[in-house]
Design a protein around this ligand. Structure first.
Ligand SMILES: NC(=O)c1ccc[n+]([C@@H]2O[C@H](COP(=O)([O-])OP(=O)(O)OC[C@H]3O[C@@H](n4cnc5c(N)ncnc54)[C@H](OP(=O)(O)O)[C@@H]3O)[C@@H](O)[C@H]2O)c1
Length: 268
């Protein structure tokens, strides 16, 4: 695999750091990180220089891609500092709720902007990132973006930017719903009088093991569910309650709808 071209990562926290780790596995030719935190300094190496401020970048540095991984609330203060790359680089923004137009306006000019929504399993290279390419993005820039984002998991593209609101609600927040289920399973064990250590380890291993089974199997989640649901048995009894009056599907649909609307409200 050929090394990535010159890159500039703006913000190397949880998500930026996960991306960097994925790129490093494939090789970096010349990369800079701008991040003022002391933790970011530990990411420096022969392949990566870490700077506290954009003003410290070498004047001859012209990245092919600038990855924007700062908190969305920092965007207005941070992005204008990168305006000088607006005509040459593709900007890949993972900032939640920042639209292509919003990012372009903060940079000035007519930059090529990809808006992407990853999720936290990126830290295990098991994420899913859904992306939208703004109108100024060339085929080559989109290919590079896909390569960069796929270093931490699967990548899919949408053709309409508003779809990213539902993506944010489902896949950005998705790990939280799975972790909530893990918490609920642990609590259920405690409620049934199981020792706390057993309740904890069972809840974790159910989720870990089920995910591994899903990953290895060619069956649908529905088929895997049916496989553990004997008619008239214990699981069937639990599912009967969970699905009575469509309770679980209804509340889940309403929750995702609320999160999607919240994403729309926050989008600028
Ligand atoms: N975490 C998720 O589940 C998730 C999912 C999808 C998208 N995202 C998006 O990913 C982005 C990063 O999130 P995160 O969870 O990785 O946040 P994070 O861990 O706080 O990382 C942000 C990093 O940016 C640094 N920073 C602050 N000011 C800066 C500046 N002026 N220039 C460059 N870097 C600066 C921060 O340093 P300090 O710590 O010193 O402030 C921190 O190291 C956000 O926009 C978020 O919306 C996150």
């Amino acid at each position: 695999m050929t090394a990535f071209p010159s890159l500039l990562l703006v913000g190397a926290g949880r998500m930026g750091g996960a991306l960097l780790a994925g790129w490093r596995e494939q090789g970096l030719s010349r990369a800079f990180i701008v991040d003022p935190s002391s933790a970011a300094q530990s990411l420096a190496g022969t392949d990566v220089s870490v700077l506290e401020d954009v003003a410290l970048l070498p004047s001859d540095f012209s990245p092919e891609a600038v990855i924007l991984a700062v908190k969305p609330q920092m965007a207005a203060a941070v992005l204008p500092g990168y305006a000088r790359f607006a005509n040459t680089a593709v900007f890949i923004s993972i900032m939640a709720g920042k639209t292509v137009q919003g990012v372009a306006e903060m940079l000035g000019g007519t930059p090529a902007v990809v808006r992407a929504m990853p999720n936290t399993p990126a830290a295990m290279r098991q994420g899913i990132t859904v992306a939208f390419a703004g109108s100024g993005v060339s085929g080559r820039q989109q290919d590079l973006s896909e390569r960069l984002l796929s270093a931490v998991g699967k990548v899919a593209w949408v053709q309409q930017e508003p779809m990213l609101d539902a993506v944010t609600a489902i896949s950005g927040g998705g790990p939280a719903y799975v972790f909530l289920l893990t918490e609920l399973l642990e609590q259920a064990g405690l409620d049934q009088g199981l020792p706390s250590e057993l309740a904890k380890i069972m809840a974790r291993q159910i989720v870990i093991g089920s995910a591994a089974l899903l990953a290895a199997s060619s069956e649908t989640p529905e088929a895997l569910r049916i496989a553990v649901t004997s008619p008239g048995g214990t699981t069937a009894e639990a599912l009967k309650l969970l699905r009575a009056d469509d309770a679980l599907p209804k509340i889940f649909k309403a929750a995702i709808q609320a999160a999607t609307e919240r994403s729309r409200e926050l989008s600028v």
